[in-house]
Design a protein around this ligand. Structure first.
Ligand SMILES: [Mn+2]
Length: 315
């Protein structure tokens, strides 16, 4: 079973009128998108369970919205919330529904924030993107401790980018995949071999620790420059377990949030980011809510970066 559940109303703290707006003031719960920023969730951990991870990410979209509701809104005027696809047990049906909703919402000038849920969200997010934007080159940039190029026959939370690259090759669609934050202690050697075979690029957590943002900025800039559309995907296990304990597979080393944010800013600045997944938020392992708060900050930051890029005169 998979079903579409409309967004519940947003509420939060009220301040004196001159104080400025919080996110809960901006968000409209609608059936179809018109705003420059759109939220759509995939409440699923079926892919995490298939990948033998610890369940809980199904509750991610609700926790992310709750953390986002009270954040101050900067440079963002309107947000549409389409609600969630809820996956009970039929992951493929839920992924198909998510892809359909993304295809209908995605549009140059608009940023779709796809709220996970396990990282099984990436594969249908990409399908929605290429259906909604049928022309042009796509850069897929994934912030993740994992390459997520697993070869399992059934789709799960670790197969998404292999599915994307294979489908793109079949369809003759030009796609470049860059994984930022990959850990040698979270990927078997066979996955690196597959990455090479598929023409994927990656930048390790260790390189980012040694060299900082410069370890990744040139690769990001090169990829974004030759892309027409960017699919950004953030697996919250790219962060250290101390910053993001609420995930299926916490990272022993991880990459510092400030560094990741700098890199994400550089992507949003291009104005080419059409969809951004925020995946793997698992509230049962996040007792003090810090992972939700980090995920909400990223969502707010992406929305702000997108709206600022849209206001900048074209170069
Ligand atoms: Mn991951």
């Amino acid at each position: 079973m998979a079903e579409e559940v409309p967004a519940g109303s947003w509420s939060g703290r009220e301040d004196p009128a001159e104080s400025g707006q919080r996110w809960h003031h901006l968000v409209r719960c609608v059936g179809s998108a018109t705003a420059p920023v759109v939220l759509t969730g995939l409440a699923s951990d079926a892919g995490v369970r298939r990948n033998r991870g610890r369940a809980g990410a199904r509750l991610g979209p609700a926790a992310l919205r709750e953390a986002l509701a009270n954040l101050p809104a900067h440079a963002v005027d309107a947000v549409d919330d389409l609600g969630d696809v809820v996956c009970e047990d039929d992951l493929e049906a839920a992924q198909d529904l998510h892809a359909e909703r993304v295809a209908a919402a995605v549009h140059p000038g608009r940023l779709v924030l796809a709220l996970g849920g396990g990282h099984e969200i990436a594969w249908p997010s990409w399908r929605g993107l290429v259906r909604g934007c049928p022309e042009g080159t796509v850069a897929v940039i994934n912030f993740d401790a994992h390459l997520d190029l697993r070869g399992d026959t059934e789709s799960n939370s670790g197969t998404g980018f292999r599915q994307i690259l294979e489908a793109a090759a079949l369809a003759g669609r030009s796609v470049n995949y860059l994984c930022i934050g990959a850990s040698r202690y979270a990927n078997l050697s066979g996955l690196y071999e597959r990455a090479r075979r598929l023409g994927a690029e990656w930048i390790s957590d260790e390189a980012l620790l040694r060299t900082g943002a410069m370890a990744a900025l040139p690769a990001i800039e090169a990829l974004v420059a030759r892309a027409d559309h960017v699919h950004l995907s953030v697996c919250l296990d790219v962060f250290p377990a101390s910053a993001a304990p609420g995930v299926s597979a916490p990272a022993a080393l991880g990459v510092a949030p400030g560094l990741i944010e700098t890199l994400i800013d550089s992507i949003l600045e291009s104005g080419k980011c059409r969809i951004a997944d925020i995946a793997e938020l698992s509230p049962p392992f996040d007792p003090d809510g810090r992972t939700s708060r980090l995920a909400a900050r990223l969502a707010a930051r992406m929305a702000e970066g997108h709206c600022q890029a849209m206001r900048r005169p074209a170069r």
